[in-house]
Design a protein. Structure first.
Length: 132
């Protein structure tokens, strides 16, 4: 796999027994979309629970999340099943703003954290703040 940000994300935030499959899917262009889509539908099952510091469909409105974003305004790498968002590099606050307004799943990878916006579904949208 060429993208070290994606490797970092998988090795740091995904349960050990699920890493190989996700890395395999993300590494092949033909499997990437399906792998990202599957991940976004099953994020709660694939994420290492010890790395989740906040979660919920209202995450981007919570004061503690807003403080976190303000204090961690890194340059982030964005991955998404949507080709317009996939592979972009943005500041944390800009990535979060776009992800919140976007209709597809978005994974924002910072230097010591990750933020996941799942696909909008009936009943809400799963969102996670992860940290090392």
């Amino acid at each position: 796999m060429e993208n070290t940000a994606e490797q970092y994300f998988v090795q740091t935030y995904i349960k050990k027994n699920r890493r190989d499959r996700l890395l395999f899917e993300l590494s092949a262009e033909k499997r990437r979309y399906d792998g990202l889509s599957r991940f976004c539908h099953q994020a709660g099952e694939l994420l290492d629970p010890a790395k989740i510091i906040a979660a919920g469909d209202d995450l981007e409105r919570r004061p503690e999340f807003l403080r976190f974003v303000k204090h961690h305004d890194d340059t982030c790498y964005v991955i998404s099943p949507d080709y317009e968002m996939d592979g972009r590099t943005l500041q944390t606050k800009d990535a979060v703003s776009l992800a919140a307004a976007f209709y597809d799943a978005v994974i924002i990878i910072g230097s010591t954290f990750a933020i996941i916006f799942g696909e909008p579904m009936k009943g809400g949208r799963d969102k996670y703040l992860l940290s090392e």
